[in-house]
Write a protein that binds this ligand. Structure first.
Ligand SMILES: [Zn+2]
Ligand SMILES: [Zn+2]
Length: 175
């Protein structure tokens, strides 16, 4: 489904590639455990240029599972990102430093008649994983002393007042 025959694509000039990759697909094998708990929907329109480059534009839609950075509860993050992928024939760009530094360019394998989109899709998904997620902007987080979730419970822990035992220790150190 995500392997495109380049001869066919050249002949037709345009090809729709769409499908769903399940969350347990081997493709996602190196993602953090549990990040992906939902199928990944892909919709791409592939076109070629006269010089043999392949363009793929479309969208990736899924849901990611993350932990709230304050209270650690599971947070489902809906993802819908535009895809704008570009493959070029290596020979064409040789000698052009400017373009070779562009990391968004992927290279076609000159020995293959097939373009496998899957690696690129995995790379794109990795970039979409949010680093920091909050269950709510107002999340109260966990109590650092007793560990309760302060969104659900309250505790008697006091963080502001220093422990008197440390006062005694400090007094000794200052002597
Ligand atoms: Zn939270
Ligand atoms: Zn507490």
């Amino acid at each position: 489904m995500f392997r495109v025959n380049l001869t066919d694509l050249d002949r037709k000039g345009k090809q729709i590639v769409e499908g769903t990759i399940p969350p347990d697909d081997a493709l996602w094998g190196d993602l953090d455990d549990g990040v992906l708990d939902y199928p990944v929907d892909i919709h791409l329109t592939l076109t070629t240029t006269a010089s043999g480059q392949v363009l793929a534009r479309g969208a990736l839609t899924t849901e990611l599972l993350r932990n709230c950075r304050r209270c650690l509860t599971d947070v489902t993050v809906p993802v819908r990102e535009e895809l704008n992928l570009f493959w070029s024939v290596p020979d064409e760009l040789r000698g052009s430093d400017e373009k070779e530094e562009d990391e968004s360019i992927r290279w076609l394998d000159p020995t293959s008649n097939e373009l496998d989109l899957r690696d690129a899709l995995r790379e794109e998904l990795l970039l979409m994983i949010p680093r920091f997620v909050l269950c709510d902007d107002e999340c109260q987080g966990l109590c650092p002393l007793c560990g309760i979730n302060r969104n659900d419970e309250t505790c008697e822990c006091t963080l502001e007042e220093p422990d008197p035992r440390w006062d005694a220790l400090r007094a000794l150190q200052n002597d």
